[in-house]
Design a protein around this ligand. Structure first.
Ligand code: CUA
Length: 174
């Protein structure tokens, strides 16, 4: 066996080499995309905050009285029940600059909870509490949508976060 023979049998076909390069490039691109989303764009994943009995949330715990509560100077928390086909409370009013911990759960089936123009985007699963925190710096109206098909009324399942100037702020939720 000569050196030339050896190269022919052991070497990688140029065509295959290009595909390997392509696959490695894709991995690098995907890794960069995840890194940029996570650190530069503030992509956040809701954690499994707590487990609840979906049949009992209307009777006990903070979801029995859903709404927004002020817990500090500019700190708020919201307990929101997502069910066919409403969010309860449906409208959340906050002063600009407020930081809010948002807890959402469902008593019936899966829903979505996405606040437009923010990085708040959660999957709402019965029996599980999803939580994300967000600071609303800009005055405005932020539509909230359910992005998980949940039945005939799914398309109409929407709410609002209303962020007003701090001087105009009077209360939490409707
Ligand atoms: Cu709730 Cu779609």
């Amino acid at each position: 066996m000569t050196a030339t023979d050896n190269q022919e049998t052991m070497g990688i076909d140029p065509y295959e080499k290009n595909w390997i390069r392509f696959a490695v490039t894709l991995l690098v691109v995907f890794m960069a995309a995840v890194t940029v989303a996570g650190f530069a764009l503030g992509y956040q994943v809701p954690n499994k905050e707590a487990r609840v009995d979906p049949t009992e949330i209307v009777n006990e715990g903070p979801f029995a009285t859903p709404g927004v509560r002020q817990i500090g100077d500019n700190q708020f928390e919201a307990y929101i029940v997502a069910r066919q086909f409403v969010f309860d409370p449906n409208t959340i009013t906050l002063p600009a600059g407020a930081t809010i911990d948002i807890y959402v759960t469902s008593p019936d089936l899966q829903h979505g909870f996405k606040i437009t123009d923010t990085n708040v985007n959660m999957q709402i699963v019965p029996g599980q509490v999803s939580k994300l925190t967000y600071t609303f710096d800009q005055v405005g109206e932020y539509p909230v949508i359910c992005h998980e098909y949940c039945g005939l009324g799914h398309a109409a399942m929407a709410g609002t976060v209303l962020v007003v100037a701090p001087g105009e702020f009077e209360g939490g939720s409707e």
